[in-house]
Design a protein around this ligand. Structure first.
Ligand SMILES: NC(=O)c1ccc[n+]([C@@H]2O[C@H](COP(=O)([O-])OP(=O)(O)OC[C@H]3O[C@@H](n4cnc5c(N)ncnc54)[C@H](OP(=O)(O)O)[C@@H]3O)[C@@H](O)[C@H]2O)c1
Length: 327
């Protein structure tokens, strides 16, 4: 028997498991072991994206589990995302169909607009379009309101049980709230102890939009790749000392911190032992003192790791670039 995972209520009445497995940078070769391990230890929520290029392999594992009766579709919560080269109202339905075909599913539980910026690819596979100088080829006509209206049609069709947004700033959220017929069921943003998104969380709470934290343990690979001495959240003495005292890992402490704030978390790992450990966060509780010590690690905007310019040169020239305003 696997343990039941606590859930967060979405505005449309659905329940989203508070922990899911992240899959960004999980290669097709790695992902099958990841998903099998995650399902075996009780994860029922999987976060993927067209962009991650692993939907096909995830779909193969899901099909095995579903066909064998080891799991029922309604027990799963599958999120995928509209890629930035499809940020146009007329492309939304076609790209969800592509993801569904890859995932071998009739519907996803949550479909997110991956990022407010739109780019122009040569074709559907050109999701990372660059010009000769290595700059991303921007689509300067991105119309977020009309993309969102396209998303609403997917919710009407039942192919996406819930729809939401990712990497949107407060003004973009407010714009969607002004025009939407179906409220975003979720905002997925970078969120961890160094970057706690207190202002954005307040806005989401005002609108009743639950928040999902990406990079919940601080995406250590990003700091390692930058090689600029940026501190690694998992190694911060506040985190390691709480972990040591409680007999937990630093990752478990960081995941538990967000869960106690009722934030959905999607830590990624391809290592079976870490996948298991990251899920073992329901047998302990952080004290108010520990919660307060972790709260004080917040660096506000300077704690942000994902700025996108490092992977998509020139993205900040787009009018919808999410960090044109501080929050
Ligand atoms: N919407 C968006 O734009 C967006 C952006 C980024 C991420 N996401 C989603 O959010 C998920 C999580 O974010 P993320 O993957 O960037 O960062 P993360 O989950 O904070 O960190 C993942 C990294 O930490 C390592 N790790 C995992 N568990 C560990 C543990 N117990 N101890 C030490 N290291 C550990 C992993 O390495 P190993 O794999 O080697 O264990 C991996 O390199 C993504 O996978 C993706 O699904 C969404």
């Amino acid at each position: 028997m696997t343990q039941a995972v606590p859930t967060v209520d979405l505005p449309n009445g659905m329940k989203m498991p508070i922990i899911g497995i992240g899959t960004y940078r999980s290669t097709p070769a790695e992902i099958k072991l990841t998903i099998n391990t995650a399902l075996e230890c009780g994860y029922r929520h999987i976060d993927t994206a067209y962009l991650y290029q692993n939907e096909r392999e995830i779909g193969e594992v899901l099909k095995e589990w579903l066909d064998s009766g080891r799991i029922k579709r309604e027990e799963l919560f599958i999120t995928t995302k509209l890629p930035i080269h499809a940020n146009r109202a007329e492309d939304v339905a076609r790209f969800l169909d592509k993801s569904l075909e890859r995932l071998k599913l009739d519907y996803v539980d949550l479909y997110l607009i991956h990022n407010p910026v739109g780019v122009k690819g040569k074709d559907d596979d050109d999701f990372w379009p660059l010009d000769e100088e290595g700059n991303v080829t921007l689509d300067l006509d991105t119309d977020l309101e009309s993309v969102y209206k396209g998303m609403e049609k997917l919710a009407d069709s039942g192919k996406a049980k819930a729809i939401g947004i990712s990497n949107f700033n407060s003004k973009q959220i407010e714009r969607i709230m002004k025009v939407c017929r179906i409220k975003p069921a979720n905002l997925q943003v970078e969120l961890h102890a160094f970057h706690q998104q207190k202002k954005l969380r307040k806005i989401c709470s005002k609108y009743g939009i639950p928040v999902c934290a990406y990079a919940p343990i601080g995406a250590p690979y990003k700091a390692q790749e930058r090689k600029d001495g940026s501190p690694i959240l998992l190694e911060h003495p506040t985190v390691t000392s709480i972990a040591k005292r409680l007999g937990k890992t630093p990752a478990q402490v960081l995941i538990r911190f967000l869960i106690q704030l009722e934030i959905v978390v999607i830590p990624k790992s391809t290592k079976p032992e870490r996948i298991r450990q990251n899920f073992q966060v329901f047998d302990f509780k952080l004290s108010p003192e520990d919660m307060s010590a972790l709260d004080s690690l917040d660096k506000g905007e300077s704690g942000r790791i994902f700025i996108f310019e490092d992977v998509l040169k020139g993205i900040s020239k787009h009018p919808e670039y999410t960090f044109h305003i501080p929050v």
